[in-house]
Design a protein around this ligand. Structure first.
Ligand code: PEP
Ligand code: MG
Length: 620
């Protein structure tokens, strides 16, 4: 006899892991667009005398949408999220677009079909046109336009979809995209996972999910068509996998993972207030990378000794126009104040590459990662740069703020940037505004030319931070965002290890060490000696710092600070406390002599304590 209880087939989808953690819960397909989750539009022919009534329905739906958006703005402002509230202004403007509305009206008259279907067809055309425009700002706006038109459509047909704020059970929200208005009121205890079709690691959903510690996977193609409300779902935010209708065996496997993760997290929590010190008494500073001021409490809860990398460009993205000096000051000062006396490294704008801000009109480039980005852009647009430097300097009066330049490729760039800091200081002094006269200045070492001339750069800075995400891509000529070359992106490559070892050596070089770099016993070139013999600290703030295998090697290479996403801090604490610095050093020296990265990996795995525990995913 046939089994009447045939279980739906398990299906596995892959996307981009955007926020760590594993969760099992029911799916909640949010705010569908026609075609998604079986969402269909009513369609009917209308008579001439019904046209006016249909158009009235449309203006009613638009009026209702306007009220909803304004309410969402008030909610956001009430929570202090004024920037997100301003993003919604773009949606309000879309509602006033007369060209669009006239086109819908003309089609209703000509086609004699109900306004719902006509509106959808015209809206879809607009959204597609927006997403194909080569201007980045306009493309970014496609999501906003789609969002607002979807709201009108829902109001038009009376589709009542509760807002995420009204959810009262644990769900994984599955959506094409989630806008700031969608996520504005949602509660962490009900939204336990997020999956979207659009977006990458830096999209709004990803940033929000990380800030709230909600496991999330983004960039999962066609997922809203495959998942239906109530479907059981596993979201693995560590590997970027989602599983629809998981088998009982799969659920058991993931439940074990979650349980292990919870136990592991409880263990890590007990280490939170203990020093990050190796068994032989060597201290390693563990810091957090953040993109938004909202992430500070989570970083501190994980035991961060400070913020090692505050990526300020996110404050410039997803908005109309550039933030003013005062707006920037408020954000930077908020981070500094929350950190008390703990240090906060504010990185100046790192735009270009894969991060764009439309108002800057960065031209399209053949090789954006090699192009007009970060410090290069800032040194030309000194108006923007100086505004930011002034805001950072003012924030330095509110806490332990340090400033750092990204993408340094020559010492001249550091000198020019420092001159602008001097100018900004001069102005602030004249205006009687407070700042720290002795603010520390650092350089990111993420381009091989900077690593190889670190001795010169060290003359002008107080610290280094190695950005391995970029250093690996530039050293190996492997695009960091290209899936096709991902297998070539090898952090253990000898060239990368040598560059990092060189930077650490130069930064820590004492007076007694030789200045000559020798080739076959002959001096090849002479390293510049600092006037002050002070060693300068070296951090690593790229993703590798959160990988136990690499973290072990970095400690062995003499790296002083590891700056990572918050959950990796406690894992690194456990690792550091379990190892001997002397042994890690010996292993690192061996690694620097090895022929290939497989050997290096095997060497570290042999010496890394309790590796399987260390890589267990974080609990929910
Ligand atoms: C890096 O390149 O390693 C880094 C930390 O900077 P970003 O990822 O922002 O380029
Ligand atoms: Mg970088």
């Amino acid at each position: 006899m046939q089994d009447m209880n045939i279980r739906p087939q398990e299906r596995i989808f892959r996307g981009v892991a955007s926020s760590d953690g594993v969760v099992i819960a029911k799916a909640y397909v949010f705010a569908p667009w026609p075609g998604e989750d079986g969402f269909r539009l009513p369609e009917r022919a209308i008579r001439e005398d019904e046209v006016a009534g249909e158009l009235r329905r449309l203006s009613d739906a638009i009026a209702r949408t306007r009220q909803q958006i304004q309410q969402a703005q008030r909610d956001l402002v009430g929570k202090g999220a004024t920037r997100q509230a301003r993003i919604l202004d773009v949606q309000l403007l879309t509602l006033d677009d007369q060209t669009f509305l006239n086109e819908v009206a003309a089609h209703v008259r000509a086609e004699k079909r109900n306004v719902d279907v006509v509106f959808y067809n015209v809206a879809r055309k607009y959204v597609m046109a927006f997403s194909e425009i080569s201007d980045d700002y306009m493309r970014e706006r496609a999501a906003d336009v789609r969002d607002v038109l979807r709201r009108v459509l829902h109001n038009l047909i009376g589709y009542e979809h509760p807002s995420l704020a009204e959810l009262d059970e644990r769900v994984v929200v599955v959506a094409h995209d989630l806008s700031p208005s969608d996520t504005a009121g949602m509660h962490r205890e009900h939204v336990v996972g997020m999956v979207t079709e659009t977006g990458g690691p830096t999209s709004h959903t990803s940033i929000m999910a990380r800030a709230l510690r909600i496991p999330s996977v983004v960039g999962v193609a066609s997922v809203t068509e495959a998942v239906h409300d109530g479907d059981p779902l596993i979201v693995d935010g560590q590997t970027g996998v989602i599983i629809i209708h998981p088998t009982p065996e799969r659920i058991a496997e993931y439940e074990r993972k979650i349980e292990e993760g919870m136990k592991y997290q409880a263990l890590l929590d007990t280490l939170r207030d203990l020093p990050a010190e190796t068994k032989d008494g060597h201290a390693v500073r563990l810091l957090a990378n953040i993109e938004l001021p909202d992430e500070v409490p989570i970083a501190l809860a994980h035991g961060a000794e400070g913020i090692g990398l505050y990526r300020t460009e996110f404050f410039f993205m997803n908005r109309e126009g550039l933030p003013t000096e005062d707006e920037q000051f408020e954000a930077y000062a908020a981070v500094a104040r929350q950190c008390g006396g703990k240090s906060v490294v504010i990185r100046t704008l790192d735009l270009g590459g894969d991060k764009f801000v439309s108002s800057l009109k960065i031209p399209r480039e053949m090789n954006p990662f090699l192009g007009w980005r970060a410090i290069r852009l800032c040194l030309e647009r000194t108006d923007i740069f100086k505004t930011q430097l002034r805001a950072i300097l003012r924030a330095s009066a509110e806490g332990n703020v340090r400033v750092m330049f990204p993408m340094v490729s020559t010492v001249q760039e550091v000198i020019s940037a420092r001159e602008l800091i001097d100018e900004a200081m001069e102005e602030l002094r004249a205006e009687g505004k407070a700042f720290n006269e002795n603010i520390e200045v650092g350089a990111m070492i993420e381009i091989p030319s900077a690593a190889l001339t670190a001795d010169q750069i060290a003359l002008h800075v107080d610290f280094f931070s190695i950005g391995t995400n970029d250093l690996i891509q530039y050293t190996l000529a492997v695009d960091r965002v290209n899936e096709k070359t991902a297998h070539l992106y090898d952090p253990l490559n000898l060239a990368v290890l040598r560059l990092m070892a060189t930077v650490a050596h130069i930064a820590h070089r004492g007076d007694t060490q030789t200045d000559d770099v020798l080739l076959a016993g002959e001096p090849l070139f002479r390293l510049r000696r600092r006037t002050s013999p002070k060693r300068i600290p070296v951090a690593v703030c790229g993703e590798v710092a959160g990988n136990p295998l690499l973290a072990y090697l970095l400690v062995g290479l003499g790296i002083d600070e590891l700056s990572t996403a918050a959950p990796a801090i406690s894992r690194n604490k456990q690792l550091v406390r379990a190892i001997s610095h002397e042994e890690a050093r010996a292993i690192a020296l061996q690694a620097l002599q090895m022929d290939n990265s497989q050997e290096v990996r095997a060497l570290i795995v042999r010496h890394l304590p309790r590796l399987e525990k260390v890589i267990t995913p974080a609990a929910q």
